[in-house]
Design a binder for this molecule. Structure first.
Ligand code: NAD
Length: 373
């Protein structure tokens, strides 16, 4: 078999610590499941700025374009807060997303039974929750023109005299491609998509609804499609979140809804994500996987970080880049087993207390659970 190519970018703060645990998981799959990974590693963010004066070199960008998948840890930290905007660590991330044209951002919200009490909602509302939010990532109001803050010269009634403008703009092509991504994902899950917009008050919402419906009717009639206004969607997410399977929505609503859904599941240290682009010549989508959390400078270097978000991001790579769904399931089950056994990093300690395990011990326990299955 040909090796799966993976570029690892650990980044800053706890990034390298959590990535070291993913390395153990990759080694396990190579040794025990006959998979071959062609892994390379490089710098991104503050560490790349220290070494090269830029948060992402052209050479690293080229490597990212050539591999099946990029796995990123986290970037940033107080040492870089005062850098010029153009070389801030986050610019490295944005460049990767932009140049790889990663238009579909996948944010799963999955509630492991052992952690149901960590949710801000009642256990019976979230236990067994497993939903996937697909957010359009490269267009919409964050990118639309015209934009800016201008003098509102001819308007004497405007106290302050300025106007701030952003433009919500979507082409049918942009909507269709993210809708296709959502329908494809639904086919690998429970075959249901709920599309969210504000077609009641926004023309771009009307177009969104029509185009998603068109893709459904012409290409995915086997998938169940429903539409919901995004404000109702927000309400339903906290009222009865298990009614959803895949939610597809635009950049702005997706930003907000995915953060709300994240909190249903408890700790930031548990949340993976994926950003996918168009399929390359080999049929695999351009892809970058990363935990939702940042570089956590407050705990960096102390062995306290929870590596599960990064490990679950690798599980997403197995599923979405290499179609290794069984391996991804096995890895997620290993995480679930370790949590059910009461193994906790410090961020997962409940009021009942106990002794937390280190980042490295959590990785070892997950690998041991893989072996024991
Ligand atoms: P953060 O996610 O780094 O941390 C928020 C809180 O959650 C902290 O108390 C931290 O200790 C805790 N936390 C986060 N991940 C954890 C883990 N895996 N295990 C245990 N605890 C964890 O967010 P922040 O403090 O707002 O930002 C810190 C730096 O990270 C900033 O420079 C910010 O710009 C950057 N950042 C980067 C990304 C990214 O790389 N994608 C995302 C968000 C923030």
């Amino acid at each position: 078999m040909t090796a799966y190519s993976l570029l690892i970018l650990p980044g800053d703060g706890i990034g390298p610590e959590v990535m070291a645990e993913v390395r153990k998981v990759i080694d396990w799959f190579q040794t025990n499941r006959g998979m071959q990974f062609d892994v390379s590693e490089d710098l991104v963010g503050g560490c790349a700025y220290n070494a090269h004066g830029t948060p992402l070199t052209d050479a690293t960008m080229k490597k990212a374009q050539a591999v099946d998948a990029v796995l990123l840890g986290a970037v940033g930290g107080p040492a870089y807060d005062n850098l010029d905007f153009s070389v801030k660590p986050e610019r490295g991330l944005l460049r990767l997303r932009k140049e790889m044209d990663l238009f579909a951002n996948l944010r799963p919200a999955q509630c492991f039974d052992a952690l149901a009490d960590f949710s801000s909602l009642k256990r019976e509302v979230v236990a067994g929750l497993d939903i996937l939010i697909v957010r359009e990532l490269t267009s919409g109001v964050y990118f639309g023109e015209p934009r800016g803050i201008h003098a509102d010269d001819n308007n004497p009634d405007n106290e302050g005299g300025r106007v701030g403008i952003n433009t919500q703009r979507y082409t049918s092509g942009e909507i269709r491609r993210v809708a296709r991504a959502a329908f494809e994902l639904a086919r690998k899950r429970n075959n249901r998509v709920c599309s969210m917009e504000k077609a009641n008050v926004m023309e771009s919402g009307i177009l969104w609804r029509e185009e998603v419906q068109w893709v459904h009717d012409n290409e995915y009639p086997d998938v169940e499609l429903t539409h919901m206004y995004a404000d109702n969607g927000a309400m339903q997410l906290v009222r009865r979140p298990r009614q959803f399977d895949v939610i597809v929505t635009d950049n702005l609503f997706g930003d907000i809804l995915s953060d709300a859904a994240a909190m249903l599941t408890g700790s930031l240290g548990m949340l993976p994500s994926a950003s996918l682009g168009a399929p390359a010549a080999n049929g695999r989508p351009k892809a970058m996987y990363e935990p939702v959390h940042g570089s956590a400078p407050d705990i960096a270097g102390q062995g306290k970080a929870n590596p599960i978000a990064c490990i679950l991001s690798f599980a997403m790579a197995l599923r979405y880049s290499w179609d290794e769904g069984q391996a991804a399931d096995a890895l997620e089950r290993a995480v679930e087993k370790v949590l059910a056994d009461g193994v906790r990093t410090a961020d997962l300690m409940g009021p009942e207390g106990g002794t937390p395990v280190s980042t490295s011990e959590m990785g070892d326990r997950i690998v041991a659970a893989l072996s024991a299955a």
